[in-house]
Design a protein. Structure first.
Length: 298
């Protein structure tokens, strides 16, 4: 068995998760979550990736990879296909399955990339293709540390909004790697995309406690650089559009209202900004300077 401490939760897994190596932990007794591997025939799950939900159980499958059954936010059972590649199996285990398990627990599981500067975290979110990981990498190049890349738990307890570190590496397109001069940080090619790579990050918070979330920055594409605060309904709409992970699954699980309420609480506690930038990596340095300047004034 493999033991991890991730997102404030203790996890026991029958499969090793190299992507969580920095979150390895000792046996802490009864775990919050168990990841089990089944050699039984996969039940009749949807094989197109869509989510089937019934009560406190949700399930989905990816043809040629396997199926996942998620029970009450406590147990994840994997049914791997015979020809499944272990990397592809882990991709969906730590992506869709992990996110849905968090939803079952009533947690805010947000899609985005985050960095830390001066002890406080900034979350970059936005629609697909807006450059969340690229902006995080550029912020790291300017002195920040990595907190998250892709999927993170945001906690809205009495101490204010907090974000749990979730990654020790970051995924970047080849063009961004060359712009940043990070070719020597590439560790492996991404399983799903030939021109995207996993990069190591010397300064990260993997394995650390949750950090205060100081700002949410919604990324957008435009002709000119701009940085502006968002408030009220505009802020909530932008954050929901930019952070919600697997909205189709939320719909199937009947949890949109719960996640929307969590997002509203976050917007009430954390300043929200929109950073607009041209789709041009040459403007990346200027965008980062505008970001830090705007946050210092905002």
């Amino acid at each position: 068995m493999h033991h991890y401490s991730h997102s404030g939760l203790s996890v026991v897994s029958e499969i090793e998760l190299p992507e969580w190596a920095a979150f390895a932990a000792g046996d802490r007794g009864e775990p919050d979550i168990t990841i089990a591997l089944s050699d039984a025939r996969m039940p009749h799950f949807p094989v197109d990736g869509s989510t089937m939900a019934c009560g406190d159980t949700a399930s989905f499958a990816i043809e040629g990879v396997g199926g996942w059954q998620l029970e009450a936010g406590r147990r994840m059972t994997l049914y791997p296909s015979l020809a499944a590649d272990p990397r592809e199996l882990r991709l969906f285990t730590l992506g869709s399955a992990w996110g849905l398990l968090g939803y079952q627990r009533g947690l805010a599981m947000w899609h985005g990339s985050a960095v830390e500067r001066s002890g406080r975290a900034v979350l970059f979110c936005g629609e697909s293709g807006e450059g969340k990981s690229t902006m995080a990498a550029a912020a790291i190049a300017s002195g920040a540390s990595l907190v998250a890349d892709d999927l993170s738990r945001v906690d809205l307890g009495g101490e204010g909004a907090m974000i749990f570190p979730s990654s020790a590496r970051i995924k970047l397109w080849s063009e961004a790697i060359d712009r940043l001069g990070w070719r020597d940080r590439v560790t492996e090619r991404d399983w799903m995309r030939n021109d995207k790579f996993h990069c190591s990050v010397p300064l990260h918070h993997a394995g650390d406690d949750a950090l205060p979330l100081a700002a949410i920055v919604v990324l957008a594409t435009g002709d000119a650089l701009s940085f502006e605060p968002l408030t009220g309904g505009e802020a909530l709409k932008a954050v929901l559009a930019g952070t919600i992970y697997r909205p189709d699954a939320l719909e199937a699980m009947g949890l949109w209202g719960e996640q929307g309420a969590l997002a509203a609480r976050a917007v009430a506690q954390v300043p929200v900004f929109r950073l607009t930038q041209p789709r041009d990596l040459a403007a990346l340095g200027s965008a980062v300077r505008l970001l830090w300047d705007g946050l210092s004034r905002g």
